[in-house]
Design a protein around this ligand. Structure first.
Ligand SMILES: [Zn+2]
Length: 320
């Protein structure tokens, strides 16, 4: 399928698939609250750079049919049970990363700030605990335009959270979500997602919005990689210093206990599940083969580690 076809057709059938803060917020109260990591940050040295994982919170939602779009619930529960994980709910963490490079401070994705569901919006407290002031962030780099990755650019009151930062975005992702025609024709269930984009990335001053083509070097040592499928223009990022590498793979996989262990499982948020699966298979195989330190936005804290072959897929082994 060429890109034109994909961009044109990918809204079809999306109505139930879109990230929706309301459904997360309405999780059953009987499920209890997730345990947030304390401290909620972790530093790793990567050559001359530092990588800091920063937890923005954890969403807990009942595990229901449809979270994995293409597998029966009992199969999904069996995979969780085999790892001694709960089967009546899933905990989905949110973990932006900061790359420290001297005076340059790159934030990869934003979390929610004060726009999110319960147990979210913890990024700032964790940033401060790690000694990083929001005003000191020089660049924000966005993987894709789903709400949990972009809403934290702006507070609810409209103020910019990172007043001194430029914002780097994938050109095809930006084109998809800001196309006036597509916005006008958006189905009801998609309107919120488009509105979140308008509220945040649709209003970044032009001189602060830097569009990059997938594959381009975004900043010294930080190279983007096309990771299409989850969204039409999602990018991952390879960070490199002195021969050491860290791959931030955003939402190529949602929680690894399901979607790395079985890369053929499609999470409900994958907009083009077939393309997302192909991307997931290819990228996870490369990361496991080359034993690359890997960070995932929805990985359990510290949200970075390695992927080791296991069964039909990969086991996430957290860094220590
Ligand atoms: Zn996400």
């Amino acid at each position: 399928m060429n890109r034109r076809t994909f961009l044109g057709t990918s809204l079809a059938g999306l109505s139930t698939l879109v990230w929706n803060p309301v459904s997360w917020a309405q999780g059953s109260p009987n499920l209890g609250s997730p345990t947030l990591p304390d401290p909620g940050f972790k530093r790793m040295q990567l050559g001359k750079l530092q990588v800091v994982a920063l937890n923005d919170g954890i969403g807990r939602r009942p595990l229901v049919d449809g979270f994995v779009r293409n597998a029966p619930l009992d199969q999904v529960k069996a995979l969780l049970a085999s790892q001694n994980l709960p089967t009546d709910y899933v905990d989905v963490p949110y973990t932006p990363f900061v790359i420290l490079d001297g005076d340059k401070r790159y934030l990869l994705d934003t979390g929610f700030a004060d726009n999110g569901p319960p147990n979210s919006g913890k990024l700032h407290a964790n940033m401060k605990a790690a000694g990083i002031a929001p005003e000191s962030i020089t660049d924000v780099i966005i993987s894709h335009y789903h709400g949990d990755h972009i809403n934290g650019l702006r507070y609810k009151n409209g103020d910019w959270v990172y007043p001194n930062a430029r914002v780097h975005v994938s050109a095809p992702e930006h084109a998809f979500w800001t196309d006036p025609d597509r916005i006008a024709k958006a189905p009801e269930a998609m309107k919120g997602a488009f509105a979140a984009v308008q509220r945040t990335l649709g209003s970044v001053p032009a001189d602060k919005l830097m569009k990059f083509e997938p594959g381009a070097v975004v900043a010294p040592g930080i190279t983007s990689m096309a990771a299409f499928g989850h969204t039409p223009g999602q990018c991952a990022f390879m960070v490199e210093s002195d021969g050491q590498r860290f791959a931030y793979i955003a939402d190529i996989t949602n929680i690894p206990a399901l979607f790395a262990r079985n890369p053929d499982f499609a999470v409900m948020f994958d907009m083009n599940p077939d393309q997302a699966r192909e991307t997931r298979r290819t990228v996870l195989a490369m990361l496991a083969r080359d034993k690359i330190l890997t960070g995932g936005f929805h990985f359990p804290f510290p949200a970075m580690g390695t992927l080791v072959p296991e069964g039909q897929g990969y086991q996430f082994v957290p860094a220590n």
